[in-house]
Design a binder for this molecule. Structure first.
Ligand code: 4AD
Ligand code: MG
Length: 477
C-alpha cells in the first residue's frame, strides 16, 4: 500500500479507511500517542497505538527522532487539537533514534546549538518551516520571471573577471599550493594553471547576463555567488544565492518598477501559499518578543509586516536627499551613529539604512543616484558628472536587500571609467564589445536570496535561512 503524506491525511475525510504513513517521531506521550511528522507540513499526525495488534516490546523503539512506517485506520480524533488521527494497527521501525544521544529533543534549543547540528536541525518546527518558505520563494521567483517574459540564464560559476571590482574573491586553481610554478622574478605563473590564467568563483553573474540581455531581451540568473569578505554579521554569507534580472531597453525607473513589482509579487505568493508556516513563524517571533523590553519590540507582527510591504509603494529617495535626512537626524546630532554622516559622498552603513527605513520613512525605501565614487564601474554616469544611476532597496530589519543600476552603455564613457579605476581593457574586451555592436540602454539588479528569506521568515540570522551556511572559519558539513 502506498504511503500518504501527512499534509494530505490531515485534510482527508476520516471514514475508518486503512492508510499508511511514513515519518519521524516528534513526541511519544503516555506510551500510546505518537506525533509523527514527514516534512510535508508543519502539523503532525497523531497515531494512537492499538495494543491488540501491536506488541508492547516495540514501545521502547519509539523515541523522538525514530523513523516509522505506521499502518492503521484514519478516524475522527477524540482528542482536542486535531480533527483526524490514525488508530495504528502496525508499526514498522525504519530506524531508531537513541534517546540518550539524539540531539534534537522536544524542547527549546538555541539557534547556536542547532547550527552545530545543521544536518539534523531541519527536523525542528522552526527550520522545517523556514526551509519550506525558502523553497516556495524560489518557486515564486521563477514563476514571476516566466510569467513576465524572462529567460532563465545560467551564468558561469568560474570566472576570470571581478564583476563588482571589490576583489573579494575565492581563487579556483589546481596548482600545488606548496610548490606552484613561478616566473623568474618569483611570482606565481598562472599560465600553467588549469585555465591558463587566474580564475575565481563568481561574485555576480551580471556582466555575463548583460551579454545575454543584449540578444534575448529579458534574462535573469538564480544561482550561487561567492564573496570572500571577512564580514561576520547576521546578514553576510561567503556563499549565497543571488537573483539577477537584466533587461535591454530599460532605464533606471523601469528597473525600480520591476524590482518593486517583483518583490511584492513573491511576498504575496508566500502569504497565499505558506500561511501555516508563516503563522507558526509569527507565533515563534511573538514569543521571543515577549522576552524583550517593550521599547525593543517590533511594531508589526510578521504577517502584518509582509502584507504591509506587499501592498504599499516603496518610497523613492535620492542619495542626496537621504544624506540631508541623515545629517539632520537625532542619532547623527547626538553622535549615536557609529559612523557619523558629515558630508555628501559618505558611504551608507547598515545603521544609516535601517534608520531611514525603520525610523524615518517606516516603509521600504529605494535609494537612487549614488556618488560614482562609492559604486561599481559599470553604472551609468549622470549628467552631473558625479552621480551614477544606481539603486539600492532597503527593507525593515534587513537594510540593503537589492542592489542594481542602469548600466553605462556609452563606449567612450565606460572606457574612461575603466581607465580611471585601472581595469585593463583586455580583460573585459567582450564587455566593451557589447557597447560597440548594437549598444542600448539596459538595467538590472541583484537580490540576495537569503536576505529575502530572512525578511520573509522573520529569522534573526542569515545562517539560519540557508541549509548549510558558509561563513569565515566555517565550512562544516
Ligand atoms: O549589491 P551587490 O553587490 O550587487 C551586485 O552584485 C550586482 N552585480 C547586482 C546586479 O546589478 N545585477 O549584491 C546584490 C545583493 C545585495 O543587495 C544583497 O542583498 C546580496 O546581494 N548580498 C549578500 N547576501 C548575503 N551575503 C553577502 N555577503 C552578500 N553580498 C551581497
Ligand atoms: Mg550593494
Amino acid at each position: 500500500m502506498k504511503s500518504i503524506p501527512v499534509k494530505k491525511l490531515l485534510t482527508t475525510k476520516p471514514q475508518g479507511q486503512e492508510v499508511v504513513v511514513n515519518g519521524w517521531v516528534k513526541t511519544f506521550r503516555s506510551n500510546r500517542f505518537i506525533a509523527l511528522n514527514d516534512g510535508s507540513t508543519i502539523s503532525n499526525i497523531q497515531c494512537v497505538i492499538d495494543f491488540e495488534t501491536i506488541n508492547e516490546s516495540l514501545l521502547k523503539k519509539i523515541n523522538t527522532g525514530a523513523a516509522l512506517k505506521v499502518t492503521g485506520n484514519l478516524v475522527e480524533s477524540a482528542g482536542s487539537g486535531q480533527h483526524v488521527e490514525i488508530q495504528a494497527t502496525d508499526i514498522f521501525v525504519h530506524g531508531e533514534a537513541d534517546a540518550e544521544t539524539y540531539p534534537i529533543q522536544p524542547k527549546k534549543h538555541s539557534m547556536e546549538f542547532l547550527r552545530e547540528q545543521a544536518h539534523l536541525r531541519v527536523r525542528t518546527n522552526t527550520f522545517s518551516a523556514v526551509m519550506r518558505v525558502r523553497s516556495a520563494l524560489s518557486f515564486a521567483i521563477h514563476d514571476y520571471f516566466r510569467e513576465n517574459g524572462f529567460y532563465y540564464f545560467h551564468a558561469p560559476i568560474i570566472t576570470g573577471s571581478d564583476a563588482e571590482g571589490a576583489g573579494e574573491m575565492f581563487r579556483v586553481t589546481t596548482l600545488d599550493a606548496k610548490n606552484p610554478p613561478l616566473h623568474d622574478e618569483g611570482t606565481v605563473n598562472y599560465k600553467e594553471d588549469f585555465f591558463g590564467k587566474e580564475t575565481n568563483l563568481t561574485v555576480s553573474g551580471q556582466l555575463e547576463a548583460e551579454a545575454y540581455a543584449m540578444g534575448l531581451g529579458k534574462v535573469y540568473t538564480f544561482g550561487p555567488t561567492f564573496r570572500a569578505e571577512n564580514s561576520n554579521t547576521s546578514r553576510h554569507l561567503a556563499e549565497f544565492w543571488m537573483i539577477e534580472p537584466e533587461v535591454a531597453f530599460y532605464d533606471l525607473v523601469d528597473n525600480m518598477d520591476l524590482a518593486e513589482d517583483f518583490m511584492q509579487s513573491v511576498i504575496k505568493y508566500i502569504l497565499e501559499h505558506c500561511a501555516e508556516d508563516l503563522a507558526f513563524l509569527e507565533k515563534r517571533l511573538l514569543d521571543e518578543e515577549k522576552q524583550k523590553p517593550q521599547v525593543e519590540r517590533s511594531e508589526m507582527a510578521l504577517i502584518e509586516k509582509l502584507k504591509f510591504v506587499s501592498e504599499n509603494t516603496f518610497k523613492r529617495v535620492s542619495y542626496t536627499e537621504a544624506i540631508e535626512i541623515l545629517r539632520n537626524s537625532k542619532p547623527n546630532k547626538k553622535k549615536k551613529f557609529q559612523y557619523l554622516i558629515n558630508e555628501w559622498g559618505a558611504d551608507l552603513q547598515s545603521e544609516h539604512e535601517r534608520y531611514l527605513v525603520e525610523k524615518h520613512f517606516k516603509c521600504p525605501v529605494i535609494l537612487f543616484d549614488y556618488p560614482a565614487t562609492i559604486k561599481a564601474f559599470y553604472m551609468r554616469l549622470n549628467e552631473d558628472g558625479k552621480t551614477v544611476r544606481a539603486m539600492d532597496i532597503l527593507f525593515p530589519g534587513i537594510g540593503e536587500i537589492v542592489g542594481g543600476s542602469q548600466r553605462e552603455e556609452r563606449l567612450d564613457v565606460l572606457k574612461e571609467k575603466m581607465k580611471a579605476l585601472d581595469i585593463p581593457e583586455e580583460e573585459l574586451w567582450w564587455y566593451l564589445d557589447l557597447r560597440k555592436f548594437g549598444t542600448a540602454e539596459h538595467s538590472g539588479f541583484g537580490l540576495g536570496f537569503e536576505r529575502l528569506v530572512l525578511f520573509a521568515t522573520g529569522m534573526g540570522n542569515i545562517r539560519d535561512v540557508i541549509p548549510f551556511p558558509r561563513t569565515p572559519q566555517n565550512a562544516s558539513f
